[in-house]
Design a binder for this molecule. Structure first.
Ligand code: ATP
Length: 587
């Protein structure tokens, strides 16, 4: 397949504002792609070469890309740099310069998808001395044989700025449209949620249709999207919602870890599918030692502890383990315990459709409990009073609250979904009006006065699960300390977008746009109907969105959360409804 065919489709999708149209363009194309190419077509549509959990490390800075463009079009690097600044990104600059150059040259070898993939893999694997020169050369060779649109996408892929506008959900829609039917869409999403591998799903459905998708099972090495909890505002409501009887566990305040245990190795994944094994090698080792079967997938929360008193320490302590260097000191200085709460796989057995109590007892029978590998505290609760007592114990043990879990026979593990099979109740709910929000940074405003020369406020967005888009919910300017303000430009720099990102809906125009990537935790006084914010537009009132009043940054960067795990439009609307209910004196 020629890379130009794919680049042309990306170009059409990028220009298309309607998600339905995008889906049908992609579906029409996918139908005719052969099954060896299809994984790469879908990975590249996301600006990747591998599944989401595989870190792509092409590692090409703008500087290297400018060098490659300069070598291709025979211009000085400083001149190419000027065009990049003017156009706003190396992709558009390459497109323009290759276009000018093509007016003059006549012959070049056409670029195939196969060649692009092999070249990108070589760039990715280039290491050591001269590796930067080798990467530049490979890119330049490809650019030499590119048409302008191909050049645009090649440069965007290697710099990690793909932004075609068709996210994972749109690709899944397109796969349903191309190879199955709309009704099969939930099955396709289930298969994706338990494998996190878009290429695998595309190849499977292409080769074996929806029947093959149904047969996809959990496998060690492919992280699953995590199951999430709904929230309710009182213990009696929680107990009632779960049918008067449920399990309650302590809700630990740490880092969620999904451990994939093989015979000779263990990998730990964050809920954002990052590899956490280098951060918790001690936990990985203990899990292998204390697991008495060959292969398992378990989930738990890693919490920092004071080894002298045995007390659990606040969340900030365990975040010291997230740093990249000096991990051997961090292991000594910040010891952790993993509290296991779920088991998803055991020696060939996909356990996600088994009830909660069975999964829990499988942890007990397959793991030896040790000092740093433990079970979450759990109790079966049959009344609100028992629930309240257990909650008080959890708080006394320095936990955040409780996780109530259904014990019905339908209490399966729903990967990637938030539902009432799990309900969280935190001590914060007793004080604040609402839970905190997790919002993506999509813009920044330059500061004034004390904040001159830095960002003074951020434009924050919630996530629309149905449309796979982000809508603004507040302008956030409080809760930042000086150190954070200092760090912000560097943290946000990789995600700067020249224009409003295609996935963002906004009326407020910031000084700088960002692709949604960085997620911050925000509290607010209340949610109100907003004519200026676009989150949950039309949910409560036509033409108006929902905005968070008096937003405040809690100090917590949710680097464990993917932007698609931000507070959703429907959550905002639910909280708004609860709040209105309260203020009408109905509760
Ligand atoms: P959410 O995970 O619901 O998006 P969040 O990340 O802001 O929200 P919380 O609302 O604090 O987190 O609660 C959910 C998280 O609580 C889980 O993702 C998990 O990391 C953690 N957790 C702690 N204890 C437990 C437990 N016993 N069972 C399940 N999850 C637990």
């Amino acid at each position: 397949m020629l890379f130009s065919e794919l680049a042309e489709i990306f170009d059409r999708i990028e220009a298309e504002p309607s998600r339905l149209e995008m889906t049908s363009i992609l579906a029409g194309f996918l139908k005719n792609v052969n099954s060896d190419d299809i994984p790469y077509v879908v990975y590249l549509s996301q600006g990747r070469l591998h599944p989401d959990f595989y870190p792509m490390v092409l590692g090409m800075s703008d500087k290297l890309v400018i060098k490659a463009i300069a070598a291709t079009v025979g211009m000085r690097e400083s001149k190419v740099f000027d065009v990049v600044v003017k156009e706003g990104d190396p992709g558009t600059a390459a497109e323009k310069l290759v276009n000018d150059k093509k007016q003059m040259t006549l012959f070049s070898d056409p670029l195939t998808l196969d060649r692009v993939v092999k070249s990108l893999i070589t760039i990715e694997n280039a290491e050591g001395k001269d590796s930067q020169d080798r990467k530049t050369k490979i890119l330049s060779n490809m650019l030499h044989d590119s048409n302008p649109i191909e050049a645009r996408y090649l440069c965007r892929i290697v710099t990690g700025r793909m932004r075609v506008g068709a996210g994972t959900m749109t690709v899944l829609d397109a796969l349903a449209e191309a190879f199955a039917s709309r009704d099969d869409r939930p099955e396709i999403e289930r298969a994706f949620n338990i494998t996190c591998d878009l290429g695998l799903i595309a190849k499977t459905i292409d080769e074996g249709g929806i029947d093959a998708i149904r047969k996809i099972k959990v496998r060690v090495g492919n992280p699953l999207k995590v199951m999430l909890a709904e929230r309710l505002r009182s213990i009696p409501e929680v107990v009632e919602r779960l049918g008067g009887k449920c399990a309650m566990e302590y809700k630990y305040d740490g880092i969620r870890v999904q451990a994939h245990i093989k015979k000779d190795s263990v990998k730990l994944y964050s809920r954002r599918l990052e590899d956490l094994t280098p951060n918790f090698p001690d936990v990985a080792l203990s899990l292998r030692e204390h697991c008495n079967i060959d292969e398992a997938i378990v989930e738990g929360e890693c919490v920092a502890v004071d080894t002298e008193t045995g007390n659990m320490l606040p969340f900030q302590e365990v975040t010291h383990r997230r740093k990249k260097h000096g991990i051997s000191d961090a292991i000594k200085d910040y010891p952790v315990r993993m509290f296991m709460f779920d088991m998803l796989y055991a020696d060939g057995r996909d356990m996600t459709s088994e009830p909660y109590l069975d999964r829990r007892s499988s942890i007990e029978s397959n793991f030896k409990i040790s000092d740093n590998i433990r079970m979450t505290a759990m109790k079966i609760i049959s009344s609100p009073e028992e629930g309240q007592k257990f909650f008080d114990e959890a708080i006394a043990a320095r936990c955040e609250g409780i996780m109530a879990k259904s014990i019905s026979k339908d209490s399966i593990y729903r990967a990637g979904s938030r539902g009432f099979l799990w309900i969280k109740y935190k001590k914060d709910y007793q004080q604040a009006l609402v839970d905190s929000f997790d919002l993506a940074v999509v813009g920044a405003f330059y500061g004034m006065g004390k904040r001159a020369g830095k960002y003074g406020a951020l434009l924050m967005a919630a996530y629309d699960q149905d449309a796979d888009r982000f809508g603004t919910a507040c302008k956030l300017g409080t809760g930042f300390d000086d150190e954070f303000l200092e760090k912000l430009p560097e943290m946000l720099e990789p995600y700067i977008s020249q224009d409003k990102p295609p996935s963002v809906d906004a009326q407020m125009i910031p000084d700088v746009w960002f692709d949604p990537y960085i997620v911050l935790e925000v509290t607010g006084a209340e949610i109100s109907i907003s004519p200026i914010h676009t989150a949950a537009a039309g949910y409560t009132k036509d033409d108006s969105g929902l905005g968070i009043r008096f937003p405040r940054f809690t100090g917590r960067v949710r680097d464990d959360k993917d932007p698609t795990e931000c507070t959703t439009y429907s959550e905002l609307a639910d909280i708004y409804a609860l709040q209105e209910h309260d203020s009408n004196g109905l509760i």
